[in-house]
Write a protein that binds this ligand. Structure first.
Ligand code: ACO
Ligand code: OAA
Length: 374
């Protein structure tokens, strides 16, 4: 993969620390987690294996995986104090704000006592985030208090079960599994860097994750999957997509779900989720959203040499599985919590408080005038 020209604002291209967790955009391999290529992981393993890999630096063997999954499964229930809080959050709140509050509140009632409690807190967050999200969603939108403990084998299937009230098809469970793998980790992206900055002050893990959720929410980062859906949902067909995009480009508007801070030619996660989106479109029996997405991809490359990032084809894929748009970015959280927390542990293991400098552009030193002279 060609190196992207880096420099300028946004700390672009500057090395801000070390990690053994992930490489992004290195020549010969687009994206690796602990040395494993993302395409191979997406093809061969479960999200739980990836979560374990990020937490423990090695893939689990069969018994380690079975124990890990059993532990996660046993932690899907929510304490009543947390349910009370979730019931007070209005239906028109953004679900990312709900997760942010849910995570923060969990840190109050089940705090990480000291850093030796990190793994326990991480597993609890991983297990409880889908339950937090969907307990609130179903209560505020459907008026039901759902049972959040399910027997579904995977986190992806558990999520779909809580959302739709029934076990997902094999296809949908497989797509969720792959999606969670693709979103799990990505080096020093904005939300992970947020988590590391917080960790570097020796703060607690719930604070690190709460801050990271806030960073992920924005449309230039994780929020782009929702913004991409809003872009494509009204496109009638491929020609309409072309016309809409050309107009937006002429007006110099940003097209959400395209471009990347590090990758220069393609995002290795795109081919994987695009293939699943096509399968889902065929199953759904309506390829409009897939067709308009493909035309967007063609137009953006032709006009701007910009390519879809991980978020773009996630929009149609999630939509085909009946997932409401506002739950798209929270799914990213359910996955990325594994990467964030692995970075928190890594930062703690070799810590120095992160505190860069700034070039000053303000006024020269001056005297404070009396209030009636201002
Ligand atoms: C999972 C993730 O978080 S992936 C990222 C999700 N975010 C998005 O999809 C939002 C849309 N994309 C963007 O805003 C950007 O591409 C970012 C934030 C991802 C990366 O930002 P940068 O590193 O600053 O982008 P980059 O340096 O490649 O930009 C080069 C030029 O392309 C333009 N450009 C980049 N992305 C886009 C886009 N999606 N639509 C239109 N123009 C774009 C930039 O405005 C810039 O133009 P300029 O030189 O005239 O200012
Ligand atoms: O690396 C980035 O800047 C954004 C990204 O793709 C991610 O966090 O998955």
């Amino acid at each position: 993969m060609a190196e992207k020209k880096l420099g300028g604002a946004g700390l672009r291209g500057q090395v801000a620390g070390e990690t053994a967790l992930c490489t992004v955009g290195k020549t010969g391999s687009g994206l690796t987690y602990c040395g494993y290529d993302i395409s191979e992981l997406a093809e061969k393993v479960s999200f739980e294996e990836v979560a374990y890999l990020l937490a423990h630096s090695e893939l689990p063997n069969a018994s380690q995986l079975a124990e890990y999954k059993a532990r996660l499964k046993s932690q899907r229930g929510l304490p009543s104090a947390l349910k009370d809080v979730l019931e007070r959050i209005p239906a028109d709140a953004h679900p990312m704000d709900v997760l942010r509050t849910g995570c923060s509140f969990l840190g109050n009632i089940e705090p990480e006592a000291d850093f030796s409690g990190a793994d326990k807190a991480i597993e609890r967050m991983l297990a409880a985030f889908p339950s937090i999200l969907l307990y609130w969603y179903r209560f505020s939108h459907d008026g039901v208090r759902i049972e959040t403990e399910t027997n579904e084998d995977s986190i992806g299937a558990h999520f779909l079960r809580l959302l739709h009230g029934e076990s997902p098809s094999e296809l949908h469970a497989a797509v969720m599994n792959t999606s969670l793998i693709l979103y799990a980790e990505h080096e020093f992206n904005a939300s992970t860097f947020t988590a590391r900055v917080c960790a570097s002050t020796l703060s607690d893990i719930h604070s690190c994750v709460t801050g990271a959720i806030g960073s992920l929410r924005g449309p230039l980062h994780g929020g782009a999957n929702e913004a991409a859906m809003e872009l494509i949902e009204d496109m009638k067909d491929a020609d309409d997509a072309e016309k809409t995009l050309m107009g937006m480009l002429e007006r110099k508007e940003k097209i959400m779900g395209f471009g990347h801070a590090v990758y220069s030619e393609f995002d290795p996660r795109n081919d994987v989720i695009k293939a699943w989106s096509k399968k889902l479109a065929d199953e759904f029996g309506d390829t409009r959203l897939y067709d308009v997405s493909v035309r967007c991809e063609e137009v953006m490359w032709r006009e701007k040499k910009l390519f879809p990032n991980a978020d773009f084809f996630h929009a149609s894929a999630y939509h085909f599985m009946g997932i409401p748009t506002k739950l798209f970015t929270p799914i990213f959280v359910m996955s990325r919590v594994t990467g964030w927390t692995a970075h928190v542990k890594e930062q703690r293991a070799n810590n120095r408080i992160i505190r860069p400098s700034a070039d000053y552009t303000g006024p020269e030193p001056r005297k404070v005038p009396a209030i009636n002279e201002r």
